[in-house]
Design a protein around this ligand. Structure first.
Ligand code: HEM
Length: 135
């Protein structure tokens, strides 16, 4: 099959173009590894439950649906939105910056292709996190 036709069979979403579920899982696992082991993210770590396994599963599923991939997290959690998920937590500038920096590092470490789309993912997640940390 010519390369062009092959490319046409891959949906043109950020999720698919960045490599799909394995890439989103790798980014989120790296993100929680950094959160667990780097003291620079101690305050962010302290906000999370002792067991990060549920978040290692939930965050890549959320981000996959958000980026145009399978929407099973959204279907399984029809009433859950970003506001309700984070309402119990006081997110200040420090913890928002820690989230943004750990995510930037996780994306850079996994280094998905194409690099300009990985950069766009990193930028938009940084903006989202910083926007949540203004209170
Ligand atoms: C701004 C800094 C942020 C902080 C401090 C923060 C903190 C948290 C905490 C403490 C939890 C609960 C974790 C647990 O129960 O162990 C959580 C859940 C969650 N966060 Fe964040 N978060 C931030 C930004 C974001 C962003 C930018 C996104 C996505 C774009 C996101 C997506 C999620 C999701 C999807 C869940 C819940 C998953 C589920 O319940 O199924 N968070 N967050």
């Amino acid at each position: 099959m010519p390369a062009e036709a092959e490319n046409e069979s891959v949906p043109n979403t950020p999720f698919h173009r960045l490599g799909g579920a394995p890439v989103f899982e790798a980014i989120c696992n790296r993100f929680y590894d950094l959160m667990e082991h780097d003291p620079a993210y101690a305050e962010l770590r302290a906000m999370h439950a002792a067991d990060l396994a549920p978040m290692r599963e939930a965050l890549p599923r959320f981000l996959s649906g958000w980026a145009g991939g399978p929407r099973d997290w959204f279907e399984a959690n029809p009433d859950r939105c970003m506001m309700s998920v984070h309402k119990p937590f006081t997110i200040d500038r420090q913890t928002a910056d820690q989230w943004a920096e750990a995510m930037q590092r996780a994306i850079a470490d996994v280094a998905p292709q194409p690099p300009e789309m990985a950069g766009a993912l990193s930028d938009i997640l940084t903006q989202l996190a910083r926007g949540m940390g203004r209170n």
